[in-house]
Design a protein around this ligand. Structure first.
Ligand SMILES: [Zn+2]
Length: 233
């Protein structure tokens, strides 16, 4: 189990308690806990690529991002879809697989990140804030002195057709750990409803496999009942 944070990237190892891999087992570490074989698959979580500089730590320049992805590709790494990651499967012969994600769905991804990934044969999962698709936000002004644009539905659909995936980062970007169960359920169900209406029933689907985050990502108060009822991965 490991986690680390570097500028603009949050690396997390997720344990997937399912050995149902179709291809070659991953190079990622494996261990046994009782009768359950645990496979750790790295997750790289980015936010913003390119665009205006900021005081925060969630932006990575395009050339830096391209260098990081190229190094991974040359090292034999391949990306997994969210579905394959969640189900503990890989369609790749490659033994090094990881999940690549972007939070928030900034518009600059379509210009600076997705083309880089497509050239390398990589895909990614972007977690959209559904009320802000095609709009600008207000919360980044304190870091960038300007409102930042989010992907439009046309851009989302364009890249979905090229194998990229889009899932839920809530409806309004409220901090879910500060909400009661009913408000969490409303956030997630509303977000999922928009995603499935625009992108099809697979968007925001429930995972068949229970994932066990190896890091303390959130408090236990994150409305488990609300999460279950919303069926958001
Ligand atoms: Zn966010």
């Amino acid at each position: 189990m490991s986690s680390h944070t570097v500028r603009g990237i949050i690396g997390v190892s997720m344990t997937v308690p399912s050995p149902r891999r179709q291809g070659v087992p991953p190079l990622a570490s494996q261990s046994r806990h009782g009768d359950v074989r645990v496979v750790s698959i790295p997750v790289l979580c980015y936010h913003r690529i390119g665009g205006p500089l900021e005081l925060g730590v969630t932006r990575v320049g395009r050339s830096v991002f391209a260098r990081q992805m190229t190094a991974l590709a040359r090292g034999g790494w391949r990306t997994l879809s969210l579905r394959d990651f969640a189900d503990g499967q890989t369609p790749h012969a490659a033994r090094r697989t990881f999940l690549l994600t972007f939070d928030d769905g900034y518009a600059s991804l379509a210009e600076h990140a997705y083309p880089v990934l497509a050239d390398l044969g990589f895909t990614a999962t972007t977690f959209l804030i559904t009320d802000y698709v095609g709009r600008t936000n207000t919360w980044d002004v304190r870091y960038t002195w300007s409102r930042l644009a989010h992907l439009s539905w046309a851009e989302v659909e364009h890249w979905q057709a090229r194998g990229f995936e889009f899932a839920s980062h809530g409806a309004t970007h409220r901090r879910l750990t500060w909400l009661d169960d009913a408000a969490v359920a409303a956030e997630l169900q509303g977000s999922r409803g928009v995603l499935t209406a625009r992108l099809g029933p697979d968007a925001g689907r429930r995972s068949r496999t229970r994932l066990a985050p190896s890091t303390t990502v959130s408090s236990a108060t994150l409305g488990r009942r609300a999460m279950r009822s919303a069926s958001v991965v």
